[in-house]
Design a protein around this ligand. Structure first.
Ligand SMILES: Cc1cc2nc3c(=O)[nH]c(=O)nc-3n(C[C@H](O)[C@H](O)[C@H](O)COP(=O)(O)OP(=O)(O)OC[C@H]3O[C@@H](n4cnc5c(N)ncnc54)[C@H](O)[C@@H]3O)c2cc1C
Length: 434
């Protein structure tokens, strides 16, 4: 069965597809691949835009039978789930248990293993923006078939280096997240001018727990979304279905998809279309259980590049990207997403030891993304930017080593855990150098 990722950019034809249901079956599959001199790639849901999850022509290990919560520790406030569980399933199960993750990204389709392996993050956050920084432990089967239980106290060096593991160290079989009691968020969505956004960004991020913003290229308009924790779950006023304009009618709906698709044929209309889309935005406030506020559906398929730059430089980098885009003849229909994250201690996290500002650039899947990303990537790289491991970028091991202080240690750990490159693929050869 062929494989392709969500955005449709990457394809592969694995020679064998397996769906293990037990630890022993995972070990057997890895040992068989190693003995046969072939590769094995664990699949998530294919939501990475890069070829990081490509199985090539080797064995493809599907996650469908490795799902569900296996342990809840209310004293330690941790929950262990099998690695193939989708985030949306975990969110629903946690809600039933009166529990929640601290923070997450803007969709929940990904598997837990897939999300942590590429450093998936949200915005802001009391503890962290990234899911890997919320890990308390994981169990991994290495390229030699060894099972390692990893936490701050058990195999601590693997835990320290492997929470964003790029699928390069082994197959994750379970992951343990730190959790907290279920909580509610109030979301305030407010359109803003470019000037107003730049003038109020620091105050917004200081006051709200999570700030997300979308700039409409070729316009002076942004939509900001500020999420703040409520004292009680009883205070929530969820969005009625009819009022769900932003999620239903802007980011993911067919009208926007159709407009964007048409705009590909006549890019000259895009600035006017973006101005019209931005002018349709109006402020609104709603509140709900946290994961329903964090997450939105995305039905319009797109391509994406995202970089993390030092938090203090973020707005200037954004202005530089705008100057470059304005000076080019490119016409971009998709908004640029802006988020922030506190520093964390995960070796290959884009926020490793650095408060970070994220800039994410999107194009409609049928539009040409290469020229757009090639225009802006040098600006992001020059700003010390670290690319999202699951989103399109052109960096290689040499340039990434300069950006991650513990890069060499990660590579050495990989040499130890996967000496025969059972988990290797072209993407990992590029970003890890072998
Ligand atoms: C619409 C959309 C919205 C997104 N929003 C965000 C966002 O808000 N924030 C953000 O940071 N990112 C976001 N992403 C990126 C996405 O979160 C990451 O690319 C994530 O890795 C996808 O998870 P997945 O389950 O699809 O994994 P895949 O893309 O299938 O795989 C990712 C990696 O995980 C590895 N892997 C999977 N399972 C295992 C396992 N059991 N053991 C070891 N390795 C494993 C794979 O081999 C691969 O290396 C978004 C992507 C899309 C398409």
């Amino acid at each position: 069965m062929g494989w392709s990722n969500w955005s449709g950019l990457e394809h592969a034809s694995p020679s064998r597809v397996i769906t293990p249901g037990s630890l022993d079956e995972v070990i057997a599959a890895i040992v068989a691949a190693r003995d046969g001199g072939t590769t094995l790639k664990a699949a998530g849901t294919g939501h990475s835009f890069t070829a990081i999850a490509s199985p090539g022509s080797g064995t493809h290990l599907l996650p469908g039978r490795m799902t569900g919560i296996v342990a809840v520790d209310r004293e330690a406030m941790t929950v262990t789930a099998r690695a193939g569980t989708q985030l949306k399933t975990l969110n629903a199960d946690l809600e039933r248990l009166g529990l929640s993750l601290h923070n997450m990204g803007d969709i929940a389709e990904q598997t837990l293993a897939g999300a942590v392996s590429t450093g998936t993050h949200g915005t802001g956050g009391l503890l962290a923006a990234g899911l890997s920084a919320q890990l308390a432990g994981f169990t991994i089967v290495t390229g030699t078939g060894e099972v390692l239980s990893c936490s701050a106290t058990s195999n601590p060096e693997v835990f320290a280096l492997g929470r964003v593991g790029l699928g390069a160290l082994g197959v994750l079989v379970d992951v343990t997240f730190m959790v907290e009691p279920l909580f509610a968020l109030e979301a305030v969505e407010q359109p803003m001018s470019w000037e107003e956004f730049h003038g109020s960004f620091d105050a917004m991020t200081a006051e709200a727990h999570h700030v997300d913003a979308y700039w409409f290229p070729h316009t002076d308009r942004l939509l900001t979304k500020r999420n703040t924790r409520l004292a009680s779950l009883d205070e929530t006023e969820p969005l009625s279905a009819t009022k769900a304009w932003f999620d239903d009618n802007f980011l993911q709906n067919t009208a926007f998809g159709t407009l964007a698709a048409l705009a590909n044929l006549a890019p000259g209309v895009i600035p006017r279309m973006n101005r019209m889309n931005a002018s349709l935005l109006s402020p609104r406030t709603y509140s709900d259980v946290a994961h329903r506020v964090f997450v939105a559906e995305r039905r319009v398929v797109f391509r994406e590049m995202e970089y993390a730059v030092p938090r203090a430089d973020g707005l200037e980098v954004l202005r530089e990207c705008r100057r470059a885009l304005d000076a080019s003849d490119l016409r971009i229909s998709f908004p640029v997403e802006l988020r922030v994250a506190p520093a964390d201690d995960v070796a290959l996290s884009t926020a490793y030891e650095r408060d970070s500002f994220y800039l994410a650039f999107h194009t409609h899947h049928a539009a040409e993304h290469r020229a757009y990303f090639a225009l802006l990537e040098p600006i992001l790289r020059a700003a010390g930017g670290r690319p999202h491991w699951g989103k399109i970028h052109t960096q290689d091991a040499a340039s990434l080593a300069e950006r991650y202080p513990r890069f060499a240690e990660f590579v050495a750990l990989r040499d130890r855990l996967d000496p025969d490159r059972v988990f290797g693929n072209d993407y990992l050869r590029r970003v890890l150098g072998a």
